[in-house]
Ligand binder design. Structure first.
Ligand code: BG6
Length: 515
C-alpha cells in the first residue's frame, strides 16, 4: 500500500506534489452514465487540484450517444460545476477538459476498438502518455466480459516492459458465486491478475482505510482485539434514500447482493484480519481472503434463523410521505426484492470463534449512518452497588464511517458527587477536528492507486469468490422461499422488527447510530 507518515497536516500538499502519478490515459467506457458525472470527474478534478494527476495525462470517454468532442468537453465542464465537492477553479476545469476526447461506438463492435486504438496513438504523441492506459468499465456488468475480450483482440491491453495497461471493473462483480467465477475466468483469459482492479468504493473512504492504521499502527488495540475481550461486533450501513433512478438494477439485485458481499464484507475483513507481513497488495489481500474464508457457511436452518429481509412500504421522514418500494419507478409492483437485510455471522478461527457479527443495511431507514461497533465484554463482578452491572453500558469502540468520520470509545466514569455512581461517557475523535475536512467523492484514492499500480485497495478474484460463497446459500434459500410479508417496514423506520429480535434473542441490542 502507498504509505506516508505525517505529523503536520500542512505539509501534505507539498508532499503529495512530489507524488503525482506517471504519464497515462484514462479511458472510460459508459461515459454517459451517472457514475461519470457524479463521481469520476469530480474525483479527477480533486486529484488535479492536489497535483496528483500526471501532467502528461488525457481522458477518453467511450459511449453510445452521438456527440462531438467539443460538446462532450462542454457537458463535462458544466456537470463539474454541479457535482464537484467544492467550488471549482475555471483554470483547472479547462486544464482537465482540454485533454478530454469522445469516441463514439458500440461496446460489441470491433470497429469501436480499432478507432479507439488509433485515437490513443495520437494522444500518446500529443501528450507524451507513453502508451500507459487504464480503462474504467463504468458500464452495466453484462458488458464486462465483452469489453475485456474486445480490448484484448485489439491489442489494447498488451503490456511491455515500458508501458502498463490496467482495467478497473465497477461493481457489481457478478450476481452470485457462479457468475462471479465465470466472469473472473473470462477476464483472466485476457488479463493477468495484476492488470485487474475490481473496485469497491468503500475502500476509498478515509475511515475505512483508517481501520488498518489504528489496528496496526497502535500498540494498545491489538491485545484486546479478540474473542477473550470482545462480546460482539455490529455493522450498520443505513441509508435514507430509496432506490432513486436505479429501480431497474436494484429490483434485480436487492440489498443483500448490492451491499453485503462487497462493502460490508470489506469492512468485516479489515476489522478481523490478522496483521499482514507487509503492506504489499498481496500480503494485505491474503489476510483479508483468509478471514472471508473463515466465515462459517450457513445451512438452510441457519438462513432461516440468522437472516432477516425486509422491504419498505409507504412511510414518512417526519416531513413528507415517502412512497413504498413497489411504487418506485422501474420496480415491479409485486416485487419481492429485499431493500433491507440483517444477518448474524460467525467466524471459524482462533481469534473470533464464538463472537457474533451482526450486520444490517437498508434503504429508506431512519437516518443515514454507517458505523462499526466493537462491543467489549461487561465487567464480571458488580463492584459499584449503586449502578447495577447490567445497567452499566458495556465499553463500545465505534468506527464512524459516515456521515461524520471518526472513532469513539464509550466507557464508564464516576458521576461527580458524594455518592459513587457511574455514567457512560464518550471519548471522541473526529477527522474534521484534527485534519480539517477535505471534501472527496471516495474515488480519488482509488483512481490514484490504479495509476501508480497499487492494487491493495482493490478486490482480488479469490476475495470476490470467497465473499459470494458466504452469501450464496442465503440467496438460494430466499429464492426458494419467497417472502410472504412484504412490505414489512415503513419507510423512515429502522427496518422490520425481526432485525431487533435477531439481537434480542441473544440478549443484545443494536446501537442506535447518531446517539
Ligand atoms: C453502492 C450501492 O455500491 O453503494 C448503492 O449500489 C448504495 O445502492 C451505495 O446506495 C452506498 O454508498 P455510500 O458511499 O453512499 O455509502
Amino acid at each position: 500500500m502507498n504509505e506516508m507518515t505525517e505529523t503536520a497536516p500542512q505539509s501534505r500538499s507539498a508532499y503529495e506534489a512530489s507524488r503525482a502519478a506517471g504519464p497515462c490515459v484514462m479511458v472510460i467506457f459508459g461515459v454517459g452514465g451517472d457514475l461519470t458525472k457524479r463521481k469520476l470527474f469530480p474525483a479527477l478534478y480533486n486529484l488535479a487540484k492536489e497535483n496528483l494527476l500526471p501532467k502528461d495525462f488525457a481522458i477518453v470517454g467511450v459511449g453510445r450517444h452521438e456527440t462531438s468532442t467539443p460538446d462532450f468537453q462542454k457537458k463535462i465542464a458544466q456537470e463539474l460545476t454541479e457535482f464537484a465537492t467544492s467550488d471549482v477553479e475555471p483554470g483547472l476545469v479547462n486544464w482537465l477538459t482540454e485533454r478530454l476526447y469522445y469516441s463514439l461506438g458500440s461496446f460489441q463492435d470491433a470497429e469501436t476498438y480499432k478507432k479507439l486504438a488509433e485515437l490513443l496513438i495520437q494522444i500518446d504523441q500529443k501528450y507524451s502518455t507513453e502508451g500507459n492506459y487504464f480503462y474504467y468499465l463504468a458500464t452495466a456488468p453484462e458488458f464486462f466480459g465483452e469489453i475485456t475480450r474486445q480490448l484484448g483482440a485489439a491489442g489494447l491491453v498488451q503490456q511491455t516492459e515500458k508501458r502498463w495497461r490496467r482495467v478497473i471493473y465497477e461493481k457489481p462483480f457478478g450476481d452470485g458465486l457462479a457468475s462471479a467465477h465465470a466472469l473472473n475466468h473470462e477476464i483472466e483469459e485476457v488479463l493477468a491478475e495484476n492488470q485487474i482492479y475490481r473496485i469497491d468504493h468503500y475502500l476509498g473512504k478515509e475511515t475505512v482505510q483508517n481501520i488498518l492504521a489504528f489496528r496496526f499502527g497502535n500498540g494498545i488495540f491489538e491485545p484486546v482485539w479478540n474473542r477473550r475481550y470482545i462480546d460482539h461486533v455490529q455493522i450498520t450501513v443505513a441509508e435514507t434514500v430509496g432506490v432513486e433512478t436505479r429501480g431497474g438494477y436494484y429490483d434485480q439485485s436487492g440489498a443483500l447482493r448490492d451491499m453485503v458481499p462487497n462493502h460490508i464484507f470489506q469492512l468485516i475483513s479489515l476489522v478481523t484480519m490478522e496483521p499482514p507481513v507487509s503492506f504489499d497488495a498481496d500480503a494485505v489481500r491474503d489476510e483479508q481472503t483468509k478471514v472471508l474464508r473463515a466465515m462459517q457457511p450457513l445451512s438452510e436452518q441457519d438462513v432461516l434463523m440468522r437472516t432477516v429481509r425486509g422491504q419498505y412500504g409507504e412511510g414518512s421522514d417526519g416531513k413528507s410521505r415517502l412512497p413504498a418500494y413497489r411504487s418506485e419507478p422501474r420496480v415491479n409492483p409485486k416485487s419481492s426484492t429485499e431493500t433491507f437485510v440483517a444477518l448474524k455471522l460467525l467466524m471459524d478461527n482462533w481469534r473470533w470463534a464464538g463472537v457474533p457479527f451482526y450486520l444490517r443495511t437498508g434503504k429508506r431507514l431512519k437516518i443515514r449512518a454507517s458505523e462499526i461497533v466493537i462491543q467489549f465484554k461487561s465487567v464480571p463482578f458488580q463492584l459499584f452497588r449503586k449502578t447495577a452491572v447490567e445497567r452499566l453500558a458495556p465499553n463500545q469502540f465505534i468506527v464512524h464511517i459516515q456521515p461524520q468520520e471518526g472513532i469513539s470509545l464509550q466507557f464508564g466514569a464516576k458521576i461527580p458527587g458524594p455518592i459513587v455512581k457511574l455514567g457512560t461517557v464518550n471519548m471522541d475523535f473526529r477527522y474534521a477536528d484534527y485534519f480539517g475536512s477535505k471534501p472527496s467523492t471516495g474515488y480519488e484514492r482509488l483512481l490514484y492507486e490504479c495509476m501508480i499500480g497499487d492494487a491493495t485497495l482493490f478486490q482480488r478474484a479469490d476475495m470476490v469468490e470467497a465473499s459470494w460463497s458466504v452469501v450464496q446459500p442465503i440467496l438460494d434459500v430466499w429464492q426458494a422461499l419467497p417472502p410472504r410479508n412484504f412490505p414489512n417496514y415503513p419507510a423512515g423506520s429502522w427496518g422490520p422488527w425481526e432485525a431487533n429480535d435477531l439481537l434480542e434473542r441473544d440478549g443484545r441490542q443494536w446501537r442506535e447510530p447518531g446517539q
